[in-house]
Structure formats: structure tokens, C-alpha cells
Design a protein around this ligand. Structure first.
Ligand SMILES: Nc1ncnc2c1ncn2[C@@H]1O[C@H](COP(=O)(O)OP(=O)(O)OP(=O)(O)O)[C@@H](O)[C@H]1O
Ligand SMILES: [Mg+2]
Length: 364
């Protein structure tokens, strides 16, 4: 059996309370009613009791329904509040709803109280459900954010390690091989093998170049060693040369090194934006600009190429058909900033990202 509804009833006439209770019981609502009549008793009841519903008369000898409504909205905003009054003009009724009353019922139409209560309780149920869903959504989104952060950090560490390994181990070994082959070529006994040695030397040189290229793409050591300005300038030049377009990097001098997370995320956003220019834009020129402005660090990558329909591409990205744009947005957001694209077909593209101006903490 359902537990009875706990109702706080602000009413000076005990007969009206009995009548209300009888109406509710006839309508199938079991209830336990507490009648109060003064402001002090009403406040005390709100503070002590755990009510499912408040019914209130409009005018009482020493108190009134609208003041009770104000008090209830502050102390227990989720408990439905229904005015039950002998007379309530249209204006007052509207005013009470505006001030947060759930409903109003006239005493000579008391039968309306039952559906009004059902509706009010249904609303409470739905509101609670919505809140629970919203809190779950927030929990998931926090979890997802933590996961993304972990993923991005793990990816950076991995890239740094592989880049170092390629550069230091494989790169060094290939350099030794190159030197040995060059020495062999100088040897008087090498004549018969000259062709083979030259071929192998070229191969070693090509491999070395590739290894260095992959290592730089993974994570240029200059980003860690020298900072964002040289790394961005180098990246712009390299990508522009690769795509045979005019590249310009306008990177402001900063007074200090930036926080390594900001440096990394900003570099990665620029890297993806430039890769997109090379792959998709068919541009003549690309520019990369980095400067502090209104307390934030702004990165702008602009091209004069084919442009694209942002809304259509975004839909494709959400379906998982491409990752670049989403990952740029994610990286900027994880670093505490944001990102927007401006692009139209045949009018070029601008990727604008901003980051907090966070400086590297001095190492002790
Ligand atoms: N600078 C640009 N100029 C023209 N089109 C662009 C530009 N940048 C992005 N696009 C368009 O937006 C689409 C989505 O870009 P996004 O970087 O998300 O994916 P992608 O580069 O195709 O693949 P990936 O997931 O490997 O990055 C591209 O396929 C391209 O059509
Ligand atoms: Mg891309």
C-alpha cells in the first residue's frame, strides 16, 4: 500500500481542513495533514517536516498565502504549493502562479483539488527524473573529459618516446652506417663494389631522411627545447614547402616560455590545421599567426583555398567519418580554451583557437 501523502495545510478554519481531507480521500489520495495557522508555525513546520505538498488559504487572520508562498519557494522550492481559497480574483491567481505557486483551487470547486494534486505530483516526478538524467549526463561528460585528457597525455608521451627512439637510436645507427659506407667507397679495394656501395649509401641516406621526418612529425624536439615560436615557424615553412605554397608565420615574442600543455596543444592544433590545408585546401598561401590578445593566446591558421561547408563537415565528423576537426576542438577545450572555424566554399578557411596565457612554472 502506498504511504500517505504528507501535506502541510495553512488554514485558519479546521472545517475547511476536514473538508479538504475528505475530498482527497474520496478522490483516492490517502493523506496525513498538518494544519498550521500562523507564520511562526508555518516556518517551524517547513523546517522540521518533510512534506510532499503544501496547501494554503489566501487570507488568514495574521498571515497570508502569498507571503507563505515566498517562504516556501526559498525553503523547499521543489514541494508543490497549491492555493486553496474562498475567493481569488483572476489577477491574484495569475500573480500567485507568477510567484511560483503550482496551482490554485477555489473552495467552492474543491473537486478540482484531486486532479490538481495529481498533476503537481506528476510534475515533481518528471522534474526529478530530468534532474537525475542531467546529473548522469554531467557525470558521463566529466568522465569523458578525464578520459580524453588521459588519452591526449598518453599519446604525447608515446609520441615523444618514439620520436626520441627514432632520432637517437635508429638515426644514430644509420649515420654510422652512412659514414662506414663512405669510408668503404674511399678504399682502394672498393672498385668492384662501387655500384653496390653507392646504392646502399643512397638507401641509408633516404632512410635517415625518412626517420628524421617521422621523428619530427611525431614531436619536434625543438618544441621541447626551444618553445612554440621556433617550432611553429619551422612547421609552417615545412608544410608550405611540402605543398608548394606561400607560407608565412607571424609569431609574437612572448616574455616567457608557456606552460608545456599549452605549447603542446597549440602546436598540435596548428599541425592539424596545416595538414588539412596541405591535404584539402588547394591554396596558394597559408599564414599562421600567434599572439597574445585580451589576456589569451590566439592562434589563427588561414588559407586562401577551396574552403568547406562547416555544418556539413561537422555532421560527417560527428558520424565519425573524420577526426581532425573534432580533435582540434577537443585539444583546445582540454587546455582550457576554445576553437572556431570560419570557412565557406571558395573563400578559404580560418581556424581560430585560443588558450589561457599560462606560463611555465620555474623549475627549482
Ligand atoms: N583548410 C581546409 N580547406 C578545405 N577543406 C578543409 C580544410 N580543413 C578541413 N577541410 C574539410 O573538412 C573535412 C574534415 O576535416 P578533418 O580534419 O576533420 O578530416 P580529414 O582531414 O578528412 O581526416 P583526418 O581525420 O585524418 O584529419 C576534410 O575532409 C575537408 O573536406
Ligand atoms: Mg584532417
Amino acid at each position: 500500500m502506498k504511504s500517505p501523502l504528507h501535506i502541510l495545510h495553512l488554514e485558519d478554519d479546521p472545517n475547511d481542513v476536514t473538508l479538504a481531507q475528505a475530498t482527497l480521500e474520496t478522490g483516492g489520495i490517502r493523506c496525513a495533514l498538518l494544519r498550521v495557522e500562523t507564520r511562526a508555525d508555518f516556518v517551524a513546520a517547513l523546517e522540521q517536516g518533510d512534506f510532499n505538498l503544501i496547501l494554503s488559504d489566501y487570507s488568514l487572520p495574521t498571515f497570508d498565502g502569498l507571503s507563505a508562498l515566498d517562504l516556501a519557494r526559498v525553503r523547499c522550492p521543489d514541494v508543490p504549493f497549491i492555493l486553496v481559497s474562498g475567493t481569488l480574483g483572476e489577477e491574484l491567481a495569475i500573480d500567485s502562479l507568477k510567484r511560483g505557486a503550482t496551482d490554485y483551487v477555489l473552495k467552492h470547486h474543491l473537486a478540482r483539488l484531486v486532479p490538481a494534486i495529481h498533476r503537481a505530483l506528476q510534475e515533481v516526478k518528471e522534474r526529478t527524473k530530468r534532474r537525475q538524467a542531467e546529473s548522469k549526463r554531467r557525470q558521463y561528460s566529466r568522465k569523458l573529459e578525464r578520459l580524453s585528457r588521459r588519452l591526449v597525455t598518453a599519446q604525447e608521451t608515446e609520441r615523444r618516446n618514439i620520436a626520441r627512439e627514432l632520432h637517437d637510436e635508429i638515426g644514430q645507427a644509420l649515420t654510422v652506417m652512412q659514414l662506414n659506407l663512405q669510408a668503404l667507397l674511399q678504399s682502394p679495394h672498393a672498385e668492384a663494389l662501387t655500384r653496390r656501395l653507392n646504392e646502399t649509401l643512397k638507401l641509408a641516406e633516404r632512410l635517415l631522411e625518412q626517420v628524421q621526418g617521422i621523428s619530427l612529425d611525431l614531436r619536434p624536439s625543438m618544441l621541447d627545447d626551444l618553445g612554440l615560436k621556433p617550432a611553429l615557424t619551422w612547421l609552417t615553412g615545412r608544410q608550405a614547402e611540402l605543398a608548394r605554397l606561400k607560407g608565412e608565420a607571424r609569431v609574437a615574442d612572448l616574455p616567457h616560455r608557456l606552460d608545456p600543455v599549452i605549447e603542446t596543444e597549440c602546436f598540435r592544433v596548428a599541425q592539424e590545421a596545416l595538414t588539412n590545408v596541405v591535404r584539402h585546401a588547394r591554396a596558394h598561401a597559408v599564414s599562421v599567426e600567434l599572439r597574445p590578445e585580451s589576456g589569451k593566446l590566439h592562434l589563427r591558421v588561414r588559407d586562401d583555398g577551396a574552403g568547406f561547408n562547416v555544418a556539413a563537415v561537422r555532421e560527417k565528423a560527428v558520424r565519425g567519418e573524420s577526426l581532425g576537426l573534432l580533435s582540434m576542438e577537443e585539444r583546445a577545450a582540454l587546455a582550457g580554451g576554445g576553437l572556431e572555424f570560419t570557412s565557406n566554399p571558395r573563400q578559404g578557411t580560418e581556424v581560430h583557437a585560443w588558450f589561457p596565457l599560462k606560463w611555465q612554472t620555474p623549475q627549482t
